[in-house]
Write a protein that binds this ligand. Structure first.
Ligand code: NAD
Length: 499
């Protein structure tokens, strides 16, 4: 069995703590590798060398840094198949989905090629007599990213590419469940010309995370994962004076109006609800048809589509719709929610509990489930399930549907399906959720826009990627400059008025 490593000072480095976590192949249930879990001392050593490396990298001109990003993009394309296979093997998602995971990260690297433009400061000529004023964006120093299992390529790239393009050194603490692709990404950055120590990958669990949060030389922390951990990291990092942005869980509602194209809505729901086995923070987990007639029509169209879904390992061909969950624990948790939903009185209209795949009995597969007549008080409605379970909540009116989404504690994404522009506009304007789709079920913004949820789906005031990332990973310094005119005026004891 393979022992994975960290990536320190430009090369793979064995773990020294003596602690490891198992990395599974979710399709077979086998342990395929062990990942080292760093001690606080190992984390601290990684920060020390990142700090030293950052000085030269921060002083490198932005265009040269952008060229590293350009080469990184080329190498990602070169190694796309290899990366996707490694990703699917540890995560379980299908190969086309793994390629999408890499592609959406690659696009952020492409956006970061524009860093020289995005890092330009502001200049006021003659802000006062003989005085110029200018603001520049400077890197924070050493920053860290703590990332989840469900997008092991995309989310590390969302964090590290802008951070590096801004001139920071970056410590990546990826999920311990699928750490191979993050290590491969670090090797590609190195091959692309990144100096040693500027990007360190430190594998680990809570001990490494807490060491990041407590380290005085880590100036900023970006996190993506579940809400309780996001809240914890945001609080602890902010209390230590670090800049922090932490993105959490979700319960994304899709409202289906009576005038929607029901076939289109049902197709969208199946893809957005069950794709990647529901392990997406932008998955739709709640369908909200408006009116009983809409609900009946929608459920009738959903059932045969869901029953036809092909669940299987990534090796079974490109027509597999989704693969296994990431761990046995995740499978147990999701099936526990199904039982809870039945106990709470929801109608289980598609029951995937008996799903078995011949030859893969030990894999972490879960068949698709559809609940109807789910209500606000049920745990399957209130909590994030993160599995192939779609809940239908029947709303009496548009206002009732809107209120469901507005009142939920999560605010990551949402969608409305309608043919009416007025309803769609009203929805987009009033909804208190960060990312909104109009006849688009998974409205993930592209790299040059920003990504972030509201309410308990996001903590901090700036989003990921797009222009916000360049604000998050830099701080502004403003210089007021006057060059001597040759006249000596003596000291000034009041605030100078610039007129
Ligand atoms: P998770 O919270 O379990 O883990 C995320 C990271 O935090 C990992 O690196 C993990 O090692 C670390 N961690 C876990 N427990 C910790 C603890 N007690 N103390 C310190 N660090 C800890 O999340 P996950 O299961 O890997 O990912 C799934 C979750 O991520 C879902 O809730 C999903 O909605 C969310 N997610 C959100 C977004 C978004 O942009 N809002 C995107 C993707 C995933």
């Amino acid at each position: 069995m393979e022992d994975l490593s960290h990536f320190i000072d430009g090369k793979r480095a064995a773990g020294r703590s003596g602690r490891f976590a198992d990395v599974f192949n979710p399709a077979t249930g086998e342990v395929q590798a062990r990942v080292p879990l760093a001690s606080a001392a190992e984390l601290s050593a990684a920060v020390e060398s990142a700090k030293a490396a950052q000085i030269g990298w921060g002083a490198t001109n932005p265009q040269r840094r952008a060229r590293v990003m350009m080469e990184f993009v080329r190498l990602l394309n070169r190694d796309m198949d290899k990366l996707a296979e490694a990703l699917s093997r540890e995560h379980g998602k299908t190969l086309p989905d793994a390629k999408g995971d890499i592609q959406r990260g690659l696009e952020v690297a492409e956006f970061c090629i524009g860093a020289p433009h995005l890092l330009k400061g502001e200049f006021s000529d003659s802000a006062g007599p003989g005085i110029d004023m200018y603001s520049m964006r400077q890197p924070l120093g050493v920053v860290a990213g703590i990332t989840p299992f469900n997008f092991p390529a995309m989310i590390p790239m969302w964090k590290m590419c802008p951070a590096l393009a801004c001139g920071n050194a970056f410590i990546l603490k990826p999920s311990e469940r699928d750490p191979s692709v993050p290590l491969m990404l670090a090797e590609l950055m190195q091959e692309a010309g990144l100096p040693n120590g500027v990007l360190q990958v430190v594998n680990g669990d809570k001990e490494a995370v807490d060491a990041i949060l407590d380290h005085p030389d880590v100036m900023g922390v970006g996190f993506v994962g579940s809400t309780p951990i996001a809240a914890y990291i945001y609080e602890r990092a902010s209390a230590a004076g670090k800049r922090a942005q932490c993105f959490g869980g979700a319960k994304n509602h899709m409202i289906v109006m009576p005038d929607a194209d029901m076939d289109q809505a049902a197709d969208a729901l199946v893809g957005a609800g069950y794709g990647a086995a529901g392990e997406r923070c932008m998955a739709i987990s709640v369908a909200v048809p408006v009116g009983d007639a809409t609900a009946d029509a929608l459920v009738e169209k959903l059932i045969p589509r869901i029953e036809k879904l092909k669940v299987g390992p990534y090796t079974a061909g490109t027509d597999v719709d989704y693969g296994p969950l990431v761990t046995a624990e995740a499978k147990k948790r999701v099936l526990g929610y199904v039982e809870k939903g039945i106990e709470e009185g929801a109608d289980l209209v598609v029951d995937g509990r008996d799903f078995q795949l011949q030859g893969y009995e030990d894999g972490f597969f879960v068949g698709p489930h559809l609940f109807d007549r789910v209500t606000r008080d049920m745990a399957i409605y209130r909590e994030e399930i993160f599995g192939p379970v779609l809940s239908t909540v029947r709303a009496a009116t548009y206002e009732d549907a809107l209120a469901h989404a507005m009142d939920h504690e999560y605010g990551n994404g949402t969608a409305i399906f309608t043919r009416d522009g007025d309803t769609a506009r009203d929805f987009a304007n009033r909804i208190n959720i960060g990312m909104v789709g109009i006849n688009v079920p998974i409205p993930v913004p592209l790299a040059y826009h920003t990504f972030g949820g509201w309410k308990r789906s996001g903590f901090g005031d700036l989003n990921q990627h797009g222009p916000d990332a360049f604000r998050f990973y830099t701080r502004t310094k403003t210089v007021t400059a006057r060059w001597p005119s040759g006249l000596k005026e003596g000291g000034e004891f009041h605030f100078k008025q610039m007129d």
